[in-house]
Design a protein around this ligand. Structure first.
Ligand code: GLY
Ligand code: MN
Length: 280
């Protein structure tokens, strides 16, 4: 449970992270034809200038690199039609860190298949956020998100069985495409309290003042023949940081848009502002 001082520091970390994401979007047109390193460099510059550092290695994954979890090589090309998955967090001077992911079209406009998958992940994230409240189980947001993702995978014809069958714990079929759980605690460590007892963490209840991530994703490997061709190579994750309140949760990272139309307007507005200088 975070006290008011800790919550203020986490909000500081998130607010600086929002600036870092804005810097990256302003620099994106100049990154096309260059490397993911440009994106990592721009974000990390903000972390070093205004914060202490990044809280973990920045994941700047363009195109199908987004389907590789924890892609931190950041040495691939950035192309106009790609999605960029940026998972990055600034750590403030007293070491609290944000952990935020946005997936955005490098061109500023989603293609139809990119938008379809994005909207499915967004619906899963909303379903997860809707169940965050004191007394809910830590894993309840995960279950809510996985149900939405499994139903969506079934509707797309990727899973041949519905959520009830796909989500059986002995053979979780959806996991081929979802790859990871939806939440972890957040604080001084990006995976805060990871040594806490199972009974007070993964199998315990949420309580007021807990800060956690809500971060569902879908990842379609470029060579996965179980996936329709138009979706292969698409990886989408949407990650926000939330604090549990008396009646639900407050999203610390709400300043970053999540709705795809809002992402496109946000990018269009940022593209019109002078970009950070990249002649280095
Ligand atoms: N953002 C990195 C992680 O949650 O593992
Ligand atoms: Mn995370």
């Amino acid at each position: 449970m975070k006290d008011d001082y800790e919550l203020a520091r986490l909000q500081d970390a998130v607010d600086l992270t929002v600036l870092g994401f804005e810097d990256v979007v302003r620099a994106l047109p100049a990154a096309v034809g260059r490397s993911e390193r440009v994106i990592e460099g721009v974000f990390n510059l903000r972390a070093r200038v205004d914060g202490n550092d990044v809280g973990y290695n920045t994941i700047a994954a363009a195109g199908s690199h987004a389907t590789i979890l924890h892609w931190t090589n950041n040495d691939g090309p950035v192309a106009e039609g790609d999605l960029l998955l940026l998972d990055a967090g600034i750590e403030v001077q007293d070491l609290y860190t944000a952990d935020v992911t946005r997936t955005m079209p490098v061109s500023g406009t989603f293609t139809k298949p990119q938008r379809e998958i994005y909207e499915l992940v967004l619906a899963a994230q909303q379903a997860a956020m809707d169940v965050v409240r004191p007394g809910a189980g830590f894993r309840d947001p995960n279950t809510a998100a996985m149900r939405v993702l499994s139903q969506g995978l079934f509707d797309l014809g990727i899973l041949t069985v519905g959520p009830d069958e796909a989500m059986r714990t002995e053979l979780p079929l959806h996991a081929r495409y979802t790859l990871h759980g939806v939440s972890h605690m957040l604080g001084i460590d990006v995976h805060d309290c990871s040594h806490a007892r199972e009974t007070t963490y993964f199998k315990g209840p949420l309580a007021v003042g807990y800060v956690l991530t809500v971060e569902p994703g879908l990842y379609f490997q470029p060579d996965d023949l179980t996936v329709p061709e138009q979706y292969r190579g698409i990886g989408v994750r949407i990650e926000d940081d939330v604090v549990v309140t008396e009646d639900g949760c407050r999203v610390l990272s709400a300043a970053l848009p999540r709705d795809p139309d809002e992402i496109e307007s946000w990018m269009s507005e940022l593209f019109s502002r002078p970009a950070p200088q990249l002649g280095i």
